[in-house]
Design a protein around this ligand. Structure first.
Ligand code: NDP
Length: 419
């Protein structure tokens, strides 16, 4: 039983909010807040009358710690779920610490302005020390560990699908199937078709920054970096079929390398069609993916933000997307001295998601686990002081809730492996 403040009312937030409303025993009251209160009001209007959860809304700029503190102090939630953008992670964590409430998110910190010299100096040192060049990493949020511990508060990081469910799948595999895990391959397949020549399934700026960056994987205690889309494999996904997939850097590799003892290799693959890649390369070649502002007819614009304005809103893809996603982990290792391989995955149907909550499967597969992680913190099942990734808690209650809240999973003990 408790009161939750949710920051954000976009694609992922909308699903998380629908799911909180299906779990009114835990979420007796929620407040939806973003910069545009009218969007939060529209969501409230849609859901009121369908749930026992009492919904209110508020306006807040989550880049501003003082505004956040004022909202938290007046609403007095037990926890804050951050489903805004990774840019707001640190300001929201600061406000939670100042007001004494728990913090939950789905993506690790990334700065909006990657040209900021202060951030850039720290970033360039990290690239050298760690060996990967992604703009996002966990160091910023892990640095809050002691402060959350001292305050007796929980910060739960990365409870979406990947990171999130894939990390819980890995913890579940270790708990129930292995003495030691040697390798983890995370496979993220979207077999959906929205009928547009080019669109992204979640926030275009975050999505395009991620997939146009160098790839990397973890092997024998260090990072190996690749050129963007340099490593390609073909995989026959259950209920979806054969797809091309490409190795990407992904944030859960960093935390799993730390939290799965003895793991030797962790890779992440995502499927892309040729048309998506051709469009992205062309946009990149002409400078449209740049995050550095340019002057256009006397006005400063950021090319990738302008592109975002041109692309279809991911929230509008729901009614037109057909097909399924299949996301999961192939783990190899040993049990009782014998070699073993398992594949844990979830298959999600875009149209079924749309019928249930009005969103496509990418938002659904992220929003459902956002609600689950938050419920486990609020119900004090996953409650301890400090800053944690999801694989650091007992996976069983989370796995159980995935089955109950729309993301059932399968364990295949004889899967096709990735070479
Ligand atoms: P959207 O762009 O659809 O929504 C972002 C929301 O954040 C909007 O409602 C926006 O509302 C709000 N917002 C942005 N800036 C601010 C601000 N300064 N203050 C308050 N609110 C703000 O994004 P998505 O829903 O697609 O993605 C949400 C998050 O989920 C992202 O962090 C993304 O990285 C993460 N994600 C995680 C995945 C996973 O599997 N772990 C997969 C997919 C996404 P307004 O403009 O009104 O302020």
């Amino acid at each position: 039983m408790g009161r939750l403040l949710i920051i954000g009312c976009g694609g992922v937030a909308s699903v998380a909010i629908h799911k909180c409303c299906q779990n009114s025993d835990t979420f007796t009251e929620i407040c939806i807040a973003s910069r545009t209160k009218s969007k939060c009001d529209a969501l409230k209007e849609k859901l009121e009358g369908t749930t026992k959860t009492v919904i209110t809304t508020a306006q807040v700029d989550a880049d501003n710690v003082e505004e956040l503190k004022a909202l938290i102090n007046s609403y007095k939630p037990q926890a804050v779920l951050n489903v805004a953008l990774p840019y707001q992670d640190l300001t929201i964590m600061d406000a939670c610490l100042a007001c004494g409430v728990d913090y939950i998110d789905t993506a690790n910190y990334e700065p909006e302005d990657t040209d900021d010299p202060e951030w850039r100096a720290i970033y360039e040192k990290r690239c050298k020390d760690e060996g990967f060049t992604a703009y996002f990493d966990y160091s910023w949020q892990w640095a809050y560990k002691e402060r959350f511990e001292k305050a007796g508060l929980t910060a739960l990081l990365g409870t979406g699908f990947d990171p999130g469910v894939t990390s819980v799948f890995s913890a579940y595999a270790l708990k129930h199937y292995f003495d030691e895990i040697e390798t983890i391959d995370i496979l993220d397949c979207n077999g959906g078709d929205h009928g547009y020549p080019f669109a992204t399934n979640f926030n275009p700026e975050i999505n395009l920054r991620e997939v146009s960056a160098n790839g990397s994987y973890w092997e024998n205690g260090h990072w190996v970096e690749t050129k963007p889309m340099e490593i390609k494999r073909v995989y026959d996904f259950p209920q979806v079929g054969e797809k091309d997939m490409y190795l990407l850097h992904h944030e859960e590799i960093e935390s799993l390398a730390k939290n799965i003892p003895g793991v030797k290799r962790i890779r992440f693959f995502m499927t892309f069609g040729q048309s998506y890649l051709t469009h992205m390369k062309c946009l990149e070649n002409v400078g449209m993916l740049s995050t550095s502002p340019i002057n256009f007819e006397g006005k400063e614009i950021v090319p990738i933000q302008f592109l975002k304005a041109l692309l279809p809103d991911p929230a509008s893809l729901g009614p037109r997307t057909v097909g399924k996603t299949n996301i999961g982990c192939i783990c190899t290792g040993t049990k009782d001295g014998k070699k073993k391989t398992i594949y844990i995955y979830n298959v999600c149907d875009h149209q079924e998601c749309y019928r249930e909550v009005g969103s496509q499967a990418i938002s659904y597969t992220t929003g459902v686990p956002a609600m689950i992680g938050t419920a486990l913190v609020m119900d004090k099942v996953w409650k301890k002081p400090g800053v944690f990734n999801v694989e650091e808690f007992d996976p069983d209650p989370y796995m159980d809730m995935l089955n109950r809240y729309g993301l059932p999973w399968v364990v295949d003990e004889n899967p096709q492996i990735v070479e």
